[in-house]
Design a protein around this ligand. Structure first.
Ligand SMILES: *Cc1c(COP(=O)(O)O)cnc(C)c1O
Length: 534
């Protein structure tokens, strides 16, 4: 028994670890810390706070709200609580710790300047229920950001309220649905190419459309002939990810838009990966009707672990009248932020489908994104795209002799490099390479996505990695590919240097154990099932 590990839990020993590991009394290995649950650590009667009158009769004013039994909180001293969370945080991999090459996620450095500005009290402390006249500055920030987004994309208007990429997709499809309703047409089908992001078909289905797939060519792009053949009066539109999830630019975008428009449909573009083309291409020039922009990717606001996102949707002139309130629209020369429904009527925006969110969107992300944009300027943003693409091509060309690059021969990639498991020896998989990366000290790349490629490994280095950083990542991946070729059995059981060993992926996904069963009930305390646990 150990004070920090009352359950006596020990990490499992396996034969595959290269060095024989002596058991330690604490379960820790050097600074690789084991950490019990806070409920296992806590004990009755211990507390981190001192109240003089803790034992006195509680306030009668609480009436019916008075607790009938003590709540089952773990008892810890302040240093114990502090250390518990700090130890847990050290088991986390973070963008501030090392590269995070997750393809399509754009995990890049979030400049500290953004954080500094977002923490200014005038920004950090605004409350969504404050009277509008007291938050004019915040509106100014939203408006200025909106103007940048409209100009960078060459579109007509922008809905700032969607709270993430997928939420933006829903917003765009609701605009398309409203536009079709206004035309008195019911078009049930949305076409989604195989190379689209997985959220696209999910959103279309959620918005009530029937999803039909359009195949990809051998080159990894939309099959134009197949798309053209499928267009017709039942098609509401297409959802195209550009650059697509094979890391390739859809070169025929303008042709695709013309075909869809001629057939009476609308073009939704998934612009989550705008970082690959910002400052280089204006989606409005390609005939796109709606596109979400992930501020938390392209414009460098923190994300991950389900953290805050922000997915403004830029809209064409055809779809703008249907956008949600509050809304920013470009009248011939100026941009107006429409806060009130009354303004909407006078500004030609009376067909709004409603609201995506109760308030004005993710303001903490707006202030960071605007800081990022202003600190780069238009030229700097263009260089962001150039550097992101340069870094991805450096990774692609540095690895294609050891990992199969399915589209390597069809020219340069955009912001991410795609590999398949085609050249791994029998018995070795993409998963082994991904787990091996953990031992090398890196977050794994995106695996088994996109689905168009077998055993896909999608590496997005982003523009914030230096050449030295990329060389380390490349050296690790080359070493893993060589170990796979040498059929190294220890790669099959990686990771060895992580707090947890390789999990059963299927069980972990299908039957995760999310609640602690070892709850010891304090006298009179509710059981876990009574408080919603099991
Ligand atoms: C990240 C991403 C999304 C989804 O964005 P969320 O903010 O996670 O909802 C959609 N499409 C693509 C291409 C993405 O990379």
């Amino acid at each position: 028994m150990n004070a920090l590990n009352p359950s006596g839990w020990r990490p499992e020993k396996t034969e595959s670890t290269s060095a024989a590991l002596a058991p330690t009394a604490s379960g820790d290995r050097g600074l690789m810390l084991e950490e019990p649950l806070i409920f296992e650590l806590g004990r009755e009667g211990q507390t981190g706070v001192d109240f003089d009158n803790a034992d006195e009769a509680p306030d009668a004013a609480l009436g019916a709200f008075l607790r009938k039994a003590p709540v089952a909180l773990p008892g810890l001293s302040e240093p114990e609580a502090m250390r518990h969370y700090t130890r847990l945080s050290r088991q986390n991999y973070a963008i501030d710790l090392g590269p995070f090459p997750l393809g399509s996620c754009t995990m890049k450095h979030n400049p500290r300047l953004n954080e500094k500005i977002a923490r200014l009290p005038g920004f950090a402390d605004v409350h969504p229920l404050q009277p509008q006249e007291t938050v004019r500055g915040a509106f100014e920030v939203i408006n200025e950001l909106a103007v940048w987004l409209v100009k960078l994309t060459g579109m007509h208007g922008v809905a700032m309220t969607p709270k993430a990429g997928a939420h933006g997709e829903l917003c765009g499809l609701l605009c398309i649905r409203s536009a079709l309703d206004a035309r008195g047409e019911s078009r049930p089908v949305v076409l989604v190419p195989e190379s689209a992001h997985g959220t696209n078909p999910a959103t279309a289905a959620f918005a009530g459309f029937r999803v039909e797939n359009i195949p990809a060519t051998d080159e990894g792009r939309v099959d134009l002939a197949a798309l053209e053949a499928r267009l017709g009066p039942d098609v509401a539109g297409v959802m195209i990810t550009n650059p697509n999830t094979c890391g390739l630019f859809e070169r025929d975008m303008k042709k695709i838009s013309d075909l869809v428009h001629n057939a009476g449909g609308y073009v939704y573009c998934d612009g989550a990966n705008f970082n690959a083309i910002v400052g280089k291409v204006r989606p409005g020039d390609l005939g796109i009707d709606a596109m979400h922009i992930n501020l938390h990717k392209t414009f460098s606001t923190p994300h991950g672990g389900g953290g805050p996102g922000s997915g403004p949707v830029v809209l064409s002139e055809a779809l703008s009248p249907f956008g949600p309130m509050p809304f920013t629209a470009r009248m011939p020369d100026n941009v107006v932020y429409l806060v009130e429904e009354e303004d909407a009527a006078t500004q030609g925006h009376s067909q709004s489908f409603g609201r995506m969110s109760a308030f004005h969107g993710q303001f903490g992300m707006f202030s960071r994104a605007l800081t990022y944009i202003l600190s780069h300027g238009a030229d700097g943003l263009r260089q962001v795209a150039e550097d992101a693409v340069l870094n991805a091509n450096y990774v692609l060309r540095s690895l294609e002799d050891v990992l199969h690059a399915p589209f390597g021969a069809s020219g340069p990639c955009m912001h991410e490099a795609l590999f398949s498991d085609d050249e791994l020896p029998e018995g070795f998989t993409t998963l082994d390479i991904a787990k091996g990366m953990i031992d090398e000290g890196f977050h794994p790349m995106t695996v088994y996505f996109p689905l168009v490629v077998h055993g896909a490994m999608l590496v997005e280095p982003t523009e914030t990695e230096s050449k030295q950083g990329l060389d380390r990542l490349i050296a690790s991946l080359r070493s893993l590919a060589a170990r796979a070729q040498a059929q190294d059995p220890s790669l099959k059981s990686a990771p060895h240097f992580a707090p947890r060993r390789r999990l059963d992926e299927t069980l972990a996904a299908r039957k995760p154990v999310l609640t602690w069963q070892g709850h010891v009930q304090a006298p009179g305390a509710p059981s876990l099932s009574e408080i919603g646990g099991s």
